[in-house]
Design a protein around this ligand. Sequence first.
Ligand SMILES: [Ca+2]
Ligand SMILES: [Ca+2]
Ligand SMILES: [Ca+2]
Length: 492
Amino acid sequence: MKINKSNFRALIVLTLIFFVWCHFSTTAKAQDILPSSTEFNISSGAVKASMQNAVVQTGGGLTVEGTLILKKNLYNQNPTADLGSGTIEFSGTTAQSISGQNTIGTLKVNNPTGLDLGGNLTVNTLLILQNGHIRLGDNNLLLGMSASLSGSPSVSSMVTSTGSGEFRKSFSGSGAFTFPVGDNTGISEFTPVSLTFISGTFAPENYVGVKLSNSAYPGSSNNYLNRYWTIVQSGITTPMFDAMFQYVTADVVGNESEISTSRVSPPPAVSFNPANTVLHQLSATGVTEFGIFTGIQSVNLNKTLNLGLFLEGLYAGNGTMNKAQNIAGNQLGGNISDILAVELHQAANYNSVSFSDNNVSLLTDGAATLSVPAANNGLFYITIKHRNSVTVTSKMPVSFSATTVTYNFDSPSKAYGDNLKLTFDGHSVFYTGDVNQDGTVNMQDLIITSNKATAFSTGYIPEDCNGDGFIDALDLILIDNNASHSITEILP
Ligand SMILES: [Ca+2]
Ligand SMILES: [Ca+2]
Ligand SMILES: [Ca+2]
């Protein structure tokens, strides 16, 4: 490089700064200042230490590829700053702070009196919680997509997030992360949140943010926790996750065994698993919405189950069904096609039915909606019965932990045993013809229906497979077709 007057001056400044930053321990200066228009680099493998407040003035550049050990505060006066991919360690013996909007590779905190954030901080590689608290205040600490956590998170080494600031983590896809959060109000309490994503779509700039309050969620009564966690997300669509919340016995008001994991906001509140009174943990599985979680008495609210399915006998093509008829016309009002029975069978024991509703309206577009009591919040097979169709249950047990559960029998693969019929126009339908509802379509169904046909029977009766109000050859053809293929129900 050719040296002219201008960059010669810069070189002198750089040399001076290097001298200063390298000799903090011997200098009497109160501050280590990195002035405007200067760059200070700590190369990979190199270790520098500062015993003073370190100030990066506006226009000054600090790049840490090696390690910078700070014993006092770091004041970054730039609006935003990438401080490199190396390590900045805060290991003083009095409370330290970092100001400015900074991005660094690794942040290590080893100071029993802790570190205060004076601006938002992004950590891209590693957060080492060796000792002491990181106090977020109203600032956000973001761990990037590939950043991880190490050290020894505990009540003496955690992130306190009781202000408006959030501990944020970006996710690259499904996976787990434990947010090492707690509070230092009254006494310090370590109450981390673990999230395990089962599925979801994660945009590049996504994050989940966690903060908490060491107090009861407003309106809690009788049995509850003096603690609630607020979890928000950005850039994650259709998430499904399991969550675990650690609390401490001092948080419990009333009878711990009466407390359930609950999402109290956004309304309506919904309850998940009962509190684990041994480990003092709340948990929820198959959750699809974030919000405010706490422990309160189980919320007695119904869930909504949305179903989608078509029946072969009533199928009219183009994703619509006819309305079942009696001799006078429509048997049912509105756009109701026919009536279903819906049952929830326990995942671990199919023969155990936890809930049933025998009067569920199936609309002509294939939609059916019903309420399920909140107590049914585990995994269930959804079984559908219809007066002359072959009974079908869901391919797998379905999680009922959320407020709204949706299940569509829209392909054979959605039914246990793939037991759906594909129509001429590519829709999936429940096989018709099990007139006597004994689980199989066979000669008996044909005989029963044939007798009614011979008698010219009419009306809303099970033998009317095509739902036109008459019992005749059209019904017999439908039954015979499925009987000849030995169609039978397939259940767990
Ligand atoms: Ca506390
Ligand atoms: Ca039968
Ligand atoms: Ca008929």
